[in-house]
Design a protein around this ligand. Structure first.
Ligand code: ATP
Ligand code: MG
Ligand code: MG
Length: 558
């Protein structure tokens, strides 16, 4: 939306353009580490980075931040590219930090030659000890003053594979007394004899994040490098490397990461959910991943709208997942065709209720024409077969109704959506005293569209003709976690997960729905009065499977 005021990053960009910095050029990047699937937090970053480029006629690179050989995989690379495109963005260049390994190595040698980096034989524990704590200065490593020539020789041997993992590291020589712990001689290279998803076994030393990230930005001449707040303390180091190496001056800006209620957002935790089998995979419709949201029925537009509405914050916050749900509900209200589906659980009292219209001729069949979307006349109408027997929702009937109950009850009348007014004449029960069937009569003059009956009924309910009904599986999804902020809770997944996050029920749906889904012409639908649903990939030609995207705020007639 163009009316909202500028966010603080747009303000910075506009100031830079106005001052002619970098010739007014705007070049951003989205830098995922390919160690998991993208989630809604990444979508925020994607919308921000690509959005800036779109708005200011700039460019955005997709850069895989693949400097850690152990956790990365091409499966993730492929899913990330797919998800960025699905969200509606196209990158200028596809780059890999691993393509810069030789350049980064040369940068490291340059620092050594300037006396600004040294090979350290200390163990990880000793280095942590030397760094100490922010309240007092650290202590210098005994290797800190190795001569340049010795450092160069050792670093080359590290590269040549002369040492085992962990034997030595390369450290930047910055300031062991700095109150900023990031500046206390950070490790910039470590030895890791590991196979890399792109460079294979070419390298056995790998740059650390801080040494790779800013320099990669600089190599690509990125003007605005946007990351999340945890990197504020890294910025002085980011600038220090650029200054000492005298390379293109990319600048880092930080914004608050997106957190959502009732879910977790770290890839590590999402991976655990998958590995421990709490969900069916990265694309489980309960996951906050892009793949999960897509399978849940979210559209790219609804996710972009959500990212726009939450804005760009400077302080960490927790966004109500209800806002995300609002965005998809609002879109689907405008776009999703309405269909009728009668849901039925597994227990007898959850079975749909059969309604037999005794004065409707046996074997007779009518085709009702019902509008697809009252919000959108151009969506047209569909044909819905009607017959003597229809299913209705079990809770659309009450034997002993309270006052102001407008649905069906003994002696009461209701309109069957798009068809006729019926009156409940008789309730049939089995030996267990369960209602198995309702006997009704219909008012022939009350046909929708040509009603001359003069009868006014308050309630309208949905229905599906028994002989025409198609059975489907319906997955009713709810929040994955039962606590608002699981990331801030020390208890394990087992105690935090919502045990009712998935309920599978049967449904009887209109045949038109099945024809449309078989031909692939229909994905998102509204099951009238029930919510928005989407066809799942697990569907077979004979048995469709629908996932509930989100419930309706309310039905049209209670
Ligand atoms: P995670 O903690 O989930 O692993 P990450 O930051 O390590 O996240 P990356 O693959 O490095 O994951 O992230 C790519 C980009 O997306 C980074 O620029 C990062 O700042 C941004 N990003 C990641 N998570 C969020 C979030 N929750 N909100 C906003 N931006 C995010
Ligand atoms: Mg990261
Ligand atoms: Mg991470």
């Amino acid at each position: 939306s163009t009316e909202r005021s500028l966010n603080f990053i747009e303000q910075i960009v506009e100031d830079d353009i106005a001052s002619g910095k970098h010739g007014g050029r705007v070049h951003t990047r989205f830098p995922p580490e390919p160690n998991g699937y993208l989630h809604i937090g990444h979508a925020k970053s994607i919308c921000l980075n690509f959005g800036l480029a779109d708005k200011y006629e700039g460019q955005t690179n997709l850069r895989f931040d693949d400097t850690n050989p152990v956790t990365e995989d091409t499966e993730y690379v492929d899913s990330i590219k797919n998800d960025v495109r699905w969200l509606g963005f196209e990158w200028e260049n596809e780059f890999y930090a691993s393509d810069y390994f030789e350049q980064l190595y040369q940068f490291a040698e340059k620092l050594i030659q300037k006396g600004l980096a040294y090979v350290d034989d200390s163990t990880a524990e000793e280095i942590a000890e030397q760094k100490g704590s922010p309240d007092k200065p650290g202590t210098e490593s005994p290797y800190r003053n190795r001569p340049v020539a010795e450092n160069l020789d050792l670093f080359r041997q590290m590269r040549a594979g002369e040492f085992p993992d962990g034997a030595k590291v390369l450290r930047a020589k910055v300031d062991m007394t700095s109150p900023n712990m990031q500046l206390r001689d950070p490790v910039i290279y470590r030895i890791k004899h590991a196979h890399h998803h792109r460079t294979g076994d070419a390298w056995c030393i790998y740059p650390m994040y801080d040494f790779a990230h800013g320099q990669s930005d600089s190599i690509e001449h990125i003007t605005h490098s946007i990351c999340t707040l945890e990197f504020v303390a890294h910025r002085p180091l980011y600038d220090w490397f650029i200054e000492q190496l005298a390379i293109f001056p990319s600048r880092q800006y930080e914004f608050a990461r997106l957190n959502l209620t009732y879910t977790v957002m770290s890839k590590r935790k999402l991976k655990l959910l998958v590995e421990e089998g709490h969900v069916s995979g990265w694309d489980d419709p309960r996951m906050p991943t892009i793949a999960g949201l897509r399978r849940r029925g979210y559209t790219p537009g609804s996710i972009r709208e959500f990212c726009d509405r939450i804005g760009v914050a400077k302080r960490d916050n927790l966004i109500d997942v209800g806002l995300l749900e609002f965005c998809i509900r609002e879109e689907l209200n405008r776009t999703a065709p309405r269909v009728m589906a009668v849901l039925a659980g597994g227990r007898p009292d959850e079975q749909p209720l059969k309604l037999v219209i005794t004065n409707y001729e046996e074997g007779r069949e009518e085709i009702m024409r019902i509008e697809n979307n009252p919000e959108d006349p151009s969506a047209g109408e569909r044909e819905v077969p009607f017959s003597r027997e229809v299913y209705i929702e079990r809770d659309d009937f009450m034997e002993n109704p309270p006052k102001k109950y407008f649905r069906l009850f003994p002696g009461g009348m209701v309109r069957l959506k798009g068809a006729y007014i019926v009156k409940c004449e008789e309730v049939i029960k089995n030996d267990a005293d369960e209602i198995t069937e309702l006997r009704c009569t219909y008012i022939p003059e009350s046909r929708s569209g040509s009603d001359t009956s003069g009868i006014n009924v308050k309630g309208t309910i949905h229905w599906v003709s028994v002989p025409h009904a198609v059975e489907a599986d319906v997955r009713l999804y709810d929040r994955l976690f039962s606590v608002e902020n699981p990331a801030a809770d020390d208890r394990g997944f087992k105690e935090l997960l919502n045990p009712n996050s998935l309920e599978v029920v049967r449904a009887f749906v209109e045949p038109a729905l099945v024809e449309a889904t078989r031909s692939g012409s229909l994905t998102n639908v509204q099951f009238m009065r029930k919510g928005y649903f989407v066809l799942d990939v697990d569907s077979t030609t004979n048995r469709p499977v629908f996932n509930r995207t989100v419930t309706l705020k309310d039905g049209w007639a209670k």
